[in-house]
Ligand binder design. Sequence first.
Ligand SMILES: Cc1cc2nc3c(=O)[nH]c(=O)nc-3n(C[C@H](O)[C@H](O)[C@H](O)COP(=O)(O)OP(=O)(O)OC[C@H]3O[C@@H](n4cnc5c(N)ncnc54)[C@H](O)[C@@H]3O)c2cc1C
Length: 313
Amino acid sequence: MTVVDAAAKPASGASGLPVGLFAPYVSADNNFTSQICAVGVQFTQRLASRLLVEGLDWQPSGVMSRKYGEAERWHADAGWIKPAALVKACLAQANVTWRGHCDVKRLSRDGDSWMLIDKDEHILARADMVVIATANQSAELLNTMSAAPKLIFQAVRGQVTYGNLSAPATAETSTYPINGSGSYIATDAEWLVGATYDRNNLSLDASIRDQVDNFERLENLAPEIAAQLKPAFERGLVNNWVGIRCATTDRLPIVGEVLQGLWLCTAMASRGLTFAPLCAELLAAQCENDKSEELPLTPRLVKALSIQRYMKK
Ligand SMILES: Cc1cc2nc3c(=O)[nH]c(=O)nc-3n(C[C@H](O)[C@H](O)[C@H](O)COP(=O)(O)OP(=O)(O)OC[C@H]3O[C@@H](n4cnc5c(N)ncnc54)[C@H](O)[C@@H]3O)c2cc1C
């Protein structure tokens, strides 16, 4: 399998997030997102435990949910992951080749195969089966083909603020993540708080306003930790990271075959760490003569994730 990527190094998109949460999602009506997350966390943990170093790249630590007006709730099927470590570990598997600096501008059918073509009309790669997983750029790639469904994604900018656990000393910070209106994570060496949501500004430059927002988020979520980290914010001993999420209007990913041999697996929104390993397994099952019924997903959930919801009836 060859992975072609416009970027110079792996995990340069939203997956460059320093550390993120995988967690169940509780809703009053146990909606599709909740049901898919409940399965997703299992697949994420299975993949992480196979490929990553526990305690360093990920931790099935559980997560404390603190939502305004609700009692605290403990989720055992949850934890943190460094997404770039997961991406690199996936790419390091046997029979996977990664090629950077391959900015695909359009796809074209040639006999039984697909050609991936750059802006100068050079053929970057040719394959019988192609999976588009280019987040917001997936819509542009599909839109170059008249037979493909027209997709519109919401690009949502987010900024997280993070720092070193020892600068200044923050010995008493929580050892498990806290999730509510925003989230706080402490890993082996760092803490992180976030994230902002912004649809009107898609700049990748960090903003001080968002850093202040993240501190206020932490004050609401965990005032005791905010008090400890206040000196780090005041002395500028913090870093910021900005990324752009890719979301559908229903906030569910899209998985499925768009045209013969051309597949889509994208729009992970704010839950790529909970959704992506499950979506990858679903795609693999579907292209193997549709073995998706072997996955712990009901047909309704498979349909909720399907590209079919964007196809003309
Ligand atoms: C601030 C912030 C906080 C977040 N926190 C969490 C969290 O706590 N938990 C969680 O689960 N999720 C979180 N997310 C969401 C998570 O980061 C994403 O869902 C996930 O990383 C998406 O992965 P992806 O591979 O679909 O997209 P990306 O990681 O964006 O990858 C897209 C890839 O496509 C490549 N590409 C784009 N266009 C082209 C092209 N034309 N040709 C070739 N290659 C191309 C890019 O170079 C990139 O490598 C957060 C996101 C942000 C921004």
